[in-house]
Design a protein around this ligand. Structure first.
Ligand code: CP
Ligand code: NVA
Length: 308
């Protein structure tokens, strides 16, 4: 069973193959209307369940369109409207869904929900974001970096802001794709030590630098994300904003990186909080390519999971 649960638990060779496949599928579709099926239909006759316990725009639409381009069909399920939301166990839900569908993608809160789903499902399970990680996003981000600048190996990536779930998957990617990673943000919002340790165990340089100006020196890529994630309590908003304001990605900070540095944000963004509109819409920004590449990268993940 090939589940796609996280970047650090998938082999580097398989990750590489998926990114190559994503590039190839994107190239093959160039100039075609989005609704046309791919020439290759590896998911023909396959049904994919897309479960959301949190809101989504990109993940929901890109998986839905991607499955259809590959010839399959989808059903989008809201966690709240399922018996899951009324106390049916994850294990029973996984066993039941496995009788109907060929693959399950789930966006959830606790990582444990994802892991239980994978343990009890008899079909592949894909992580569409948990409180701890967001691997599909970072696969799209690696594809995006490569299409703009070539290999990311040996480059310097700086994460500015909250050491959250998206940051975690970037750290996993640093280890698996071999790039250096600097985190800059307040100590209370540092990435989990386990994730810093994973990247370090793979031999890449991992730094924590409280001064954002120092952190971005020689950066090839600056990445940020929302200051308040979907799982963060609303009551933490003001404190987080106060702590994170010095780490805003603005034109001044961008100018301290390499002249050809890229800027990424997984979106949705709170414009002029974590990043200014001048940066988001400026010459370094590749944010909408990242969003597009969710489609291509996830099609590669779907094919890998189903062995097609
Ligand atoms: N980046 C991302 O996962 O966006 P959505 O929350 O819209 O799916
Ligand atoms: N860190 C954000 C990412 C959204 C795609 C969140 O978890 O809400």
């Amino acid at each position: 069973m090939k589940h796609f649960l996280d970047i650090h638990t998938t082999s580097a060779a398989d990750l590489r193959a998926m990114i190559d496949s994503a590039h190839a599928m994107k190239t093959a579709r160039q100039g075609r209307p989005k609704g046309t099926p791919d020439d290759d239909q590896p998911l023909k006759g396959h049904m994919v369940a897309l479960i959301f316990e949190k809101p989504s725009t990109r993940t929901r639409v890109s998986f839905d369109v991607g499955v259809r381009q590959l010839g399959g069909e989808t059903m989008v399920l809201s966690g709240k409207e399922m018996q899951l939301g009324h106390g049916e166990t994850i294990a029973d839900t996984a066993r039941v869904l496995s009788r109907y569908v060929d693959l399950i993608m789930i966006r959830t809160f606790e990582e444990q929900t994802l892991l239980e789903m994978a343990e009890h499902a008899t079909v592949p399970v894909i992580n569409g974001l948990t409180n701890r990680t967001h691997p599909c996003q970072i696969m799209a981000d690696i594809q995006t970096y490569e299409e703009h600048r070539g290999s990311i190996a040996g480059k310097k990536v700086v994460w500015a802001g909250d050491g959250n779930n998206v940051c975690a998957s970037f750290l996993h990617a640093a280890g698996q794709f071999g790039f250096d990673f600097t985190f800059t943000g307040p100590q209370t919002l540092d990435p989990e030590p386990e994730w810093l340790g994973f990247a370090r165990s793979k031999g890449v340089s991992v730094a924590v630098e409280r001064d954002p100006a120092k952190a971005v020196a020689d950066a090839d890529l600056i990445v940020t994300d929302t200051w308040v994630s979907m799982h963060d309590p609303e009551s933490a908003k003001e404190r987080r904003h106060n702590q994170l304001r010095p780490y805003q990605v603005n034109e001044d900070l961008m100018a301290k990186a390499k002249p050809d540095a890229l800027f990424m944000h997984c979106l949705p963004a709170h414009r002029n909080d974590e990043a200014t509109s001048a940066v988001m819409d400026g010459p370094h920004s590749v944010i909408f390519d990242e969003a597009e590449n969710r489609l291509h990268a996830q099609k590669a993940i779907l094919r890998w999971c189903l062995g097609r």
